[in-house]
Ligand binder design. Structure first.
Ligand SMILES: Nc1nc2c([nH]c(=O)n2[C@@H]2O[C@H](COP(=O)(O)OP(=O)(O)OP(=O)(O)O)[C@@H](O)[C@H]2O)c(=O)[nH]1
Length: 135
């Protein structure tokens, strides 16, 4: 039976309709792939609590959760995840990268051209679709 690890990730919206995209470091799993920052949900926390904690640890900022996007289950050759995305906003702090190699603010139209961790691709598409519907 496949065990799917719950992982939350933050689609952080900034100014000019751009979103924050982070590049995994060379030492992490899926090296140098682009992802939304976040991480594994611990047994004693909700996905929302986990994401707020992870973003503080990884980017040193406080966020608020604005809305959810459907989760995506994905199997890599050696592990499987249930990736749970939330649209978020920064409420306090300046970004200091603690784990990632780099981050960028990316326009929605450019998101699909990046070299994403595979599990993120359906989520990026859903996010783009949700923005077009809301327009
Ligand atoms: N945070 C995050 N992780 C993602 C995304 N997409 C994706 O496939 N993952 C995978 O989900 C797994 C769990 O995330 P994590 O941030 O806690 O990973 P980690 O570096 O602590 O993993 P590790 O300590 O097992 O190497 C990672 O192995 C990562 O490859 C994403 O958009 N955000």
């Amino acid at each position: 039976m496949t065990v799917f690890i719950d992982v939350t990730c933050a689609i952080i919206e900034g100014e000019l309709g751009k979103v924050l995209v982070a590049q995994r470091s060379a030492e992490m799993k899926l090296p140098l792939k682009m992802e939304f920052p976040g991480g594994k949900v611990e047994p004693d926390e909700s996905p929302e609590e986990s994401l707020i904690r992870e973003i503080k640890e990884e980017l040193d900022v406080d966020i608020e959760i604005v809305s959810g996007i459907p989760a995506n289950q994905h199997s890599y050759p050696d592990f499987s995840i249930n990736l749970i995305p939330f649209v978020c906003r920064i409420t306090d702090g300046e970004i200091i990268l603690r784990e990632h190699a780099m981050y960028h603010w990316v326009a929605i139209d450019e998101l699909l051209s990046l070299d994403w961790a595979e599990a993120d691709i359906p989520i990026v598409s859903d996010y783009i679709r949700s923005k077009k519907i809301r327009k």
